[in-house]
Design a binder for this molecule. Sequence first.
Ligand code: ZN
Length: 341
Amino acid sequence: MKNQSFKHLQVLMLLVLLWLLPLSPITLAQTSPSANGQYQTLLKKISCPEDLADNGSYRDYGLYHEADGDYCGSAVPTRGYWVYVAPHWYIWQDKVLQPNQTRLLKQVKLKAQTLTLEMIYFKPHKAWAEQILNYAAKSIQDLESLSGRAYPGQNPYPIEEKADMGGLLGLASGAGMHLVSPPKGTPWTLVHEVVHIWNAGTEPAWVREGQANYLSWLIMQKNKFPFVGDETLPAFLRDWQEVRGTEDDLLLEKYDELPQGKAMEYWLLHHELFGSDFIWQAFGFALDHEDLQVADWKIFLKRWTPQDAQKLLSGWVNTGPYLVKKAEDFGPLKYPVSGAR
Ligand SMILES: [Zn+2]
């Protein structure tokens, strides 16, 4: 059902907005050094009063990799689960699994390191968890090589299955990922989240989420990962066709109000005009400009065309009439994208 798919896509957009929360959301009741028994085997307790400002009096940070083995002037284990109870960090060896949870590891060869993916999942979902790890491994490798940007996340990288994420499907940053149980935890959701390992800090949202959706779609296509149900690019685009020209045809600047199909069409249009180099360099450009402004984006567009780049913003990003409604309106279609429509 279309609505279902649209609803699903709306949810994708929210994924990173909440990421400023640590992996395990803080509740006031949760103030013990082991995060109320979530972690076991204390490896180290260090004093670090200066982290109070950033973390507050309590923070369950989750799995953390401290490559230098040194933090706040103390020797620390390179891998552990960190909990801050001001003014101390408690570093634990293990996460306590529920009786119905288990763990699966997968090594991934990257350019500069071998990454360990650590997945915690519910026992009946073993086949799904194995698949998810395979998709994650391949998409992380692809993102490194296609973007030319080294994997920026933690090693080991934790992926935890969640039975209920309050309507969200996934949530990710360089620190870790939560993915909702199958069938909603689909391959496309996973690959979308993998993009956020790189760009969770990118602003504005239309660039961050638009790129997560579009780049994950490219990786899905490249590897022939399965799309589930109506969760396809044509469905995204149809959702927008339906609102196009109506009052729901919102500017991408209003991304919080969910013009997701429009964002997909926008990246597709640029792909068809300027090719995949453009798409991947735009990703790097956004990573290098944490709070990307429309003026910056216009400067980037100018590198790719002698024409007036404003045409590619009007009606899409900026207020105004559409000066380019489809790629052909801007010039000959040099790089048609297969499988898009
Ligand atoms: Zn997202």
